[in-house]
Design a protein around this ligand. Sequence first.
Ligand SMILES: NC(=O)c1ccc[n+]([C@@H]2O[C@H](COP(=O)([O-])OP(=O)(O)OC[C@H]3O[C@@H](n4cnc5c(N)ncnc54)[C@H](O)[C@@H]3O)[C@@H](O)[C@H]2O)c1
Length: 323
Amino acid sequence: MVKILLLRSKELEELLSPESLIPEIENAFVRYSKNETVTPPRTVMWVEGNWWGVMQSYVPGYGVGVKTVSLIPQNPSRGLPTIQALVTLFDGLSGSPLAVMEGGVLTALRTGAASAVSAKYLAPRDVGPIGIIGTGYQARYQLRFVSSVYKTEDVVIYDVRPDQMRLFRAWAESAGFKVFEAASSEELVKKCKIVIEASTTKEPVILGKWLGKGQHVISIGAHARDYRALDDEAITKFGKIVVDSRKAVLEETGDVRIPLEKGLIKQEDIAELGEVAAGLRKGREGDELTLFKSVGLAIQDAAAAALAYRLARSRGLGIEVEL
Ligand SMILES: NC(=O)c1ccc[n+]([C@@H]2O[C@H](COP(=O)([O-])OP(=O)(O)OC[C@H]3O[C@@H](n4cnc5c(N)ncnc54)[C@H](O)[C@@H]3O)[C@@H](O)[C@H]2O)c1
């Protein structure tokens, strides 16, 4: 009889701390860039005008992870999160299902961990504020994870929705951060050392003319072929452009696809995070501007799910269900 473990969001929050998750996500990126995983491109489908993804990956040592995820920007007005998902983990050798877990928080945790790995290799040497454009669900995890690597208590925020900024500010202050509300993304970009874009924008919110020396930009939004978070000038200013997957960003975000098609950047200028972490490509040099652009990879879900499963088994957490 096959028994699976059901893991809820509160258990995942408890199990997947920055300290435990960041090294696993870094390792998964290295294995991905060395072609040691089996990761077909995700299946993207548009359902009733909204983005859905089915994402699968086998990461040796972790297992097979499969995630079904929807992204519905109107959901907050329904009292529901923008991103909802379920992740299933299977044993890579026997094929047995091992666990089913809440995928919304898992996605936010593993995305925060990827941004933190980028900060490990690309963050500025001097300390200053972290800025966050788009203070919704992902923003809290981005701040928690990135600030575990780039230590600062100063945070600058901007969101088109003042109510979202207020909620985020209350949370961040209770977590010990000093928060400044910027009046525009321009003001935020000009004030910060690390600029995190975690919004649902379709149009650029980071313009090249606002960027200065030595900043690190992390952009996790603009998840469709025609969406952009960065304008043409910004993309041409970076000394290093690092992405989660060259193949995926070319296919799935206008931030890379459009400038490449316009000839503003070249494919060989784009490094993968796993290549940087493996020492195959360089991290930050001097006070250059750097970019980490991600669209999200199934390897992250598989690695995070496997870690959660392993820790939950050893601590007796989760609900066991006989199939
Ligand atoms: N790269 C990855 O691995 C990954 C993983 C998960 C989510 N994401 C992306 O992260 C983004 C945010 O997701 P979420 O779950 O936090 O959504 P959310 O709806 O909870 O938050 C998005 C926030 O962005 C704000 N916003 C929209 N347009 C803006 C603009 N022009 N300027 C400033 N703020 C603006 C909204 O008001 C909202 O508060 C989405 O684009 C999603 O696709 C990426």
